[in-house]
Design a protein around this ligand. Sequence first.
Ligand SMILES: Nc1ncnc2c1ncn2[C@@H]1O[C@H](COP(=O)(O)OP(=O)(O)OP(=O)(O)O)[C@@H](O)[C@H]1O
Ligand SMILES: [Mg+2]
Length: 352
Amino acid sequence: MSLSELHVQHLRCIEAAELELSPGFNLIWGDNGAGKTSLLEAVFLLGRGRSFRTRHTEQLIRRSTQRLTVFGRTAGPIERGVGFAFDRDTGVEARFDGLPVKSLVDLTLAIPVQVIDPGIHKLIEEGSHRRRRWLDWAVFHVEHDFGEHWYRYARTLRQRNAALKIRPSDARPWERDLATAGERITHARRRALHDLERHWRQVTARLDCPQADLDYMPGWREGITLAEALDSARARDEMRRTTSAGPHRADIRLSIAGKPAREVLSRGQQKLMAAALSLAQLRLLKESVGLVPTLLLDDPAAELDATHLGAFVEEISTLGCQLLATALQPKIQGFQVPDRVFHVEQGRVRPV
Ligand SMILES: Nc1ncnc2c1ncn2[C@@H]1O[C@H](COP(=O)(O)OP(=O)(O)OP(=O)(O)O)[C@@H](O)[C@H]1O
Ligand SMILES: [Mg+2]
């Protein structure tokens, strides 16, 4: 998959921009604060419905304007148009070929996009939420009914939690559905992580990244079913008024010789490891469903030494992804000559 056109309006410092993208390597360069990362955020919004920099999408709306819009057209025999808007009053609106989308999962499937940015180490360093989201993005693509189970689980969890807050005795009827959807999610995630393992070993070896073991922690005690876990946690859940067991509490544990990776790795190594996780994921998608997402690289040369950067670039080039990379200069150390170059200056974008 690649994007052939990108239109952006009222996003951060960008008033309006139109880019005709190459299916190969697109370089976006300009000074600090010019709007380079904002353009990558625009693409990410199309495919994920959120930014990779903030949870607060309203922060992306250009100051003193009401609504940001992004439109993208995909290349290929069948062109598809995806639109995303965020309004200060009405929130998200997303369209696929002109029709409103039911859920953001539809965007995920229509515009597969992955990002490697200077904040990527948070995937290793911070809480389990980021790692679940990282894994789930791949599972949505490789397991066709994952989206359905995921939504059913999320909805049932909200209902059980609401009951626990209002009248705990009403929580029990939700448990059967919760357990069924939760087990399905767990199986799908375990399968995807298992299939990822081989790519992970290969990518880490090629990037000369420390080898870490990946273990899926399901979010409840091993050896019992989710139904049993919900049953045995009921008294505690009623007291705390929230559901304590289930895949919404799962984690992907990364350990090196039995120690948590975040405690033994340097910042640069964490970045390399997080990048390796995402690259392994791209390999998995390519191999298992023939999907080649668009890859956003925000300032990729930062914090990697020449040897690791060389291996990183090599690894990316074998994937054959459409690339959108940012830099302060019209070239990036270690990268090939770009197919298309855009210069950004105070929110204005022009092809070079
Ligand atoms: N809501 C907003 N409205 C208007 N301007 C904004 C808004 N949010 C951020 N900005 C400005 O938009 C610019 C965004 O820059 P962006 O992060 O895209 O720059 P960049 O080219 O990636 O810079 P760097 O090289 O430092 O990473 C900044 O100058 C910032 O102050
Ligand atoms: Mg930037």
